[in-house]
Design a protein around this ligand. Structure first.
Ligand code: ADP
Length: 287
């Protein structure tokens, strides 16, 4: 028996490294949004090894920080990543990706991975809102988008949270306490802000005001979804889906249940990491 093998059997030498085809295969999805950077590291095309959300979007160091956190969480380096797909508003500015893919396609793929029965996705992000139809293979077939007006987007909620001096994550807590929904009649964010300030000075309950704010966002985006045609199952994705007040208001506005994953804000990055695994498999002829 060769001396090298004998030494290994006796434990005097570290075992030989596993052949490459036995090592896990990692792909990266990086979603560079207008306000927030998100990463998902996927293992073997199926399992989330690590993820990150950094509240700093395109044009900042947010993407680099999100990447560092996700790689650290997975205990790997960039050299271990087989393929990277970038998505989101700032995807074209990210130079280290193998490919770019629209956030519409990535949200469709991510949501389909979580909920294969979903046919309508409502994605509300920091500066836009989209409604898209998804087929039974997780491919986006049509969409409508609002990227012209802050009303009906995360920006509207961020401004209102600031006026009410609360964290964005507190809006759902307040909305759940509401006894009534204080309607906001102005659609323009600037006028709606004045309306909220005057409701506050009239002594209205903060929870009722917040319920009205959530309702306003949901109604605007529900109208957008109706333009693309709402087909069940319906799912909300994007950062705003984390707000239970908006989700409940969306169910009221659409009259159907709305599915949600706690990973809603990561759905684009998840879809990108799945697309990266598929692209890598196509290129190499198997994982
Ligand atoms: P983008 O990709 O455009 O940067 P995201 O999909 O990441 O946008 O969503 C960002 C929005 O998500 C923020 O503007 C904020 O309103 C909302 N958001 C972020 N975190 C939370 C939270 N914990 N609870 C409720 N809403 C949140």
């Amino acid at each position: 028996m060769p001396a090298l093998y004998q030494a290994r059997i006796q434990g005097r030498l570290a075992p030989a490294p596993l052949p490459r085809y036995n090592a896990p295969m990692y792909t990266l999805g990086i979603d560079i949004g207008s306000t927030t950077s998100k990463c998902v590291v996927l293992r073997d095309g199926a399992d989330i090894a690590a993820s990150s959300i950094v509240i700093a979007g395109t044009g900042t160091n947010g993407p680099a920080r999100a990447l560092e956190q996700a790689l650290g969480g997975a205990g790997i380096t960039m050299g271990d990543i087989a393929y990277t797909v970038a998505t989101g508003y700032g995807r074209m500015k990210y130079e280290n990706a193998d490919e770019q893919l629209s956030e519409l396609s990535c949200h469709a793929i991510g949501v389909h991975h979580m909920f294969p029965s979903v046919r309508t996705v409502i994605d509300i992000g920091g500066q836009d809102a989209k409604a898209l139809k998804v087929n039974d293979r997780g491919r986006m077939t049509s969409f409508v988008m609002n990227d012209k007006c802050a009303a009906g987007t995360g920006r509207f909620l961020d401004v209102m949270a600031q006026v009410l001096q609360m964290d964005i994550s507190d809006l759902e807590v307040q909305a759940a306490r509401a006894k009534k929904i204080n309607a906001i009649s102005n659609t323009c964010t600037v006028f709606a802000e004045s309306e909220v300030i005057s409701q506050l000075s009239n002594g209205e309950a903060i929870s009722d005001i917040v319920a009205g704010i959530c309702d306003s966002v949901a109604k605007r985006t529900a109208a957008l979804a109706e333009r693309v045609g709402v087909e069940e199952d319906v799912c909300m994705s994007g950062g705003v889906a984390r707000n239970g007040g908006v989700r409940k208001a969306m169910e009221r506005a659409l009259g159907v249940p709305v599915l949600f994953s706690p990973l809603s804000q990561l759905m684009g990055a998840l879809g990108a990491s799945i697309a990266a695994a598929e692209k890598y498999r196509d290129k190499t002829g198997g994982l």
